[in-house]
Design a protein around this ligand. Structure first.
Ligand SMILES: C[S@@+](CC[C@H](N)C(=O)[O-])C[C@H]1O[C@@H](n2cnc3c(N)ncnc32)[C@H](O)[C@@H]1O
Length: 279
């Protein structure tokens, strides 16, 4: 492993809920940041980071990419957000952080804002890309539905959201309950939801893929890709399941894309006929 040059403020250890050292924090932040760039974040784009915590993704963007757009992060943890505001914004004024005191049974049980009342700190149609890492793995269904509605509100047409989940279908069900899973999803919350810890359901919660698809569709979004993670013992390169969502483009963009598709098909057919005639 090569060592990363860390010339950035580092959060104090007591704020790091994952307890990693500086090297591991910057390394994992950098891999998330590069994943964001691979999945469509532009260096000068506008990024909304849902659940920015103690700044893993922003540290990675600053340490490992040429991102120079606008970063907006928010989280329910007051001290972590305060550290990001006081330490990261002065070195990168295009990185801004907001605290919203949303209730979450695991992270902020005495929060004063109902999760169903949350408004993301961004205007309608102003965001190119959303990141949401390891958040829906700690949310109940109704809260996810509301957050997906906020995605639709703040994303530009054609904008994308890079999100992680624990998902399953009938084929995966035995595996997610087994000891091969890092979080054996033994307990059933309802017909489409399972969880790992009876004392703390939001420690790790999994949703049936069909439910995820219907929540995404109901929010007026579409699924671009689903890449399965290794969390339940399947092979792969990422830990949680990675789902890329998109706010459909404006009607004229969709019509243009459809016309382009039809034109390419006609061209291919014409070329194939020509090739057959000349052979
Ligand atoms: C496992 S941490 C992941 C943090 C960060 N996304 C990362 O990958 O490093 C989960 C985060 O979700 C945040 N969180 C919990 N409820 C939230 C909510 N309703 N809205 C936004 N963030 C929330 C927690 O405060 C915590 O920072």
């Amino acid at each position: 492993m090569t060592s990363l040059a860390i010339d950035l403020p580092m959060p104090p250890m007591q704020l790091r809920i994952m307890k990693e050292d500086d090297e591991a924090l910057v390394r994992s932040g950098t891999s998330l940041a590069r994943l964001m760039m691979e999945r469509g974040l532009k260096a000068d784009g506008t990024l909304l980071d849902v659940g920015s915590c103690y700044g893993r993704l922003p540290l990675g963007l600053l340490a490992g990419t040429d991102f120079h757009g606008t970063y907006i992060g928010f989280d329910v943890l007051r001290k972590q957000v305060r550290w990001c505001k006081r330490s990261l914004t002065p070195v990168a004024p295009n990185f801004r952080f907001h605290h919203i005191d949303v209730r979450n049974d695991r992270y902020n049980p005495s929060g004063t804002v109902d999760p169903l009342e949350v408004r993301f700190p961004a205007k309608i149609g102003s965001i190119d890309t959303i990141s949401l890492f390891s958040i829906f793995t700690h949310f109940y269904r109704a809260d996810i539905e509301h957050y997906l509605g906020e995605f639709k509100r703040v994303l530009k047409p054609g904008g994308i959201a890079v999100t992680t989940w624990f998902v399953y279908d009938d084929a995966r069900l035995p595996l997610i309950q087994s000891d091969a899973s890092v979080y054996p999803m033994i307990y059933e919350l309802d017909a489409h939801t399972r969880y790992n810890d009876p004392d703390d359901p939001l420690r790790a919660i999994a949703f049936e893929e069909s439910l995820v698809r219907s929540m995404v569709e109901a929010a007026g979004l579409e699924i671009v890709t689903i890449d399965r993670g290794t969390w339940c013992g399947e092979p792969g390169t990422i830990f949680q399941d990675l789902i890329i969502l998109r706010r459909p483009g404006a009607l004229k963009d969709r019509v243009r894309a459809r016309l382009g598709h039809v034109k390419r098909r006609v061209q291919r057919t014409v070329e194939a006929r020509r090739a057959r005639r000349s052979s």
